[in-house]
Design a protein around this ligand. Structure first.
Ligand code: ATP
Length: 227
């Protein structure tokens, strides 16, 4: 399958509820243009993580249509989903690093899943750790690192396989302002290289400093509050 990068992710009238609970997302329309950078905001509990979960193709909508890289999710064969999801890098709010693996092996994980050869895997992971400034802790247990360092491991892991789309859930939530700015500069660099980026955050300071369009979730509905 070769994906057409002209089509990133498209939502049409998407609704989502957990079990029999109320609808958390309602009539969400979204067309993420390739090469775009969006902020995603909204009060706590507004549904940002839920929207990211659907964008990450980790769950199906309760209603509506999701199209990813030109493929309709409801028509996609289950065995094709992992390959599609490999086009998407995700930085989770709580990092989700694997404690039993070193920093190097955490970052290498997506390449191992994609069966990348050992020699090019070592090169790619090495370059990625250099890029996030963590080459000197490659052999460390991630639990021994600071929050900001762990976040950079999570970012390296999310982008090592060169995804078309990068999603990040509150990536500066547990780091100081200087580290937050550093993380944003990494995202900016990826964006300049052509990656489509969407970052959920409460950090008004960063939203002001990096003037990308702002999407806002309110009452389960998505709107553009800054173009
Ligand atoms: N696994 C779940 N089961 C049931 N309800 C859930 C689940 N996850 C989230 N919710 C509910 O869905 C709503 C949206 O939650 P979500 O985590 O998407 O919001 P958020 O905007 O990311 O919040 P925050 O900014 O605090 O991270 C909330 O009412 C939450 O309680």
């Amino acid at each position: 399958m070769v994906y057409d990068p002209k089509h990133m992710i498209r939502f049409e009238e998407v609704g989502f509820r957990y079990g029999n609970g109320p609808e958390v997302l309602r009539d969400v329309d979204l067309d993420l243009a390739p090469g775009s950078f969006h902020w995603l905001t909204g009060a706590s509990g507004a549904g940002k993580s839920t929207l990211l979960k659907l964008l990450h193709l980790a769950d199906h909508p309760t209603r509506g249509r999701v199209e990813a890289f030109g493929e309709d999710l409801s028509e996609l064969k289950r065995r094709h989903l992992p390959k599609l999801r490999r086009q998407i890098g995700m930085v989770f709010q709580d990092f989700r690093l694997l404690d039993h693996l070193t920093v190097f092996d955490n970052v290498a994980l997506p390449l191992r899943l994609a069966r990348v050869r050992d020699s090019s895997l070592r090169k790619d992971v090495g370059e990625m750790l250099d890029w996030v400034g963590l080459a000197d802790v490659a052999g460390a247990d991630p639990r021994t690192l600071s929050g900001g360092q762990q976040q950079r491991v999570a970012i390296a892991r999310a982008v090592v396989a060169r995804p078309l789309l990068l999603l990040a859930d509150e990536p500066t939530g547990s780091v100081d302002e200087a580290t937050g700015t550093r993380i944003l500069r990494l995202f900016q660099e990826l964006h300049r290289l052509g990656t489509t980026v969407l970052v959920a955050t409460h950090n008004e300071l960063l939203i002001e400093r990096f003037p990308h369009p702002v999407l806002r979730l309110e009452d389960g509905q998505l709107g553009l509050v800054r173009a």
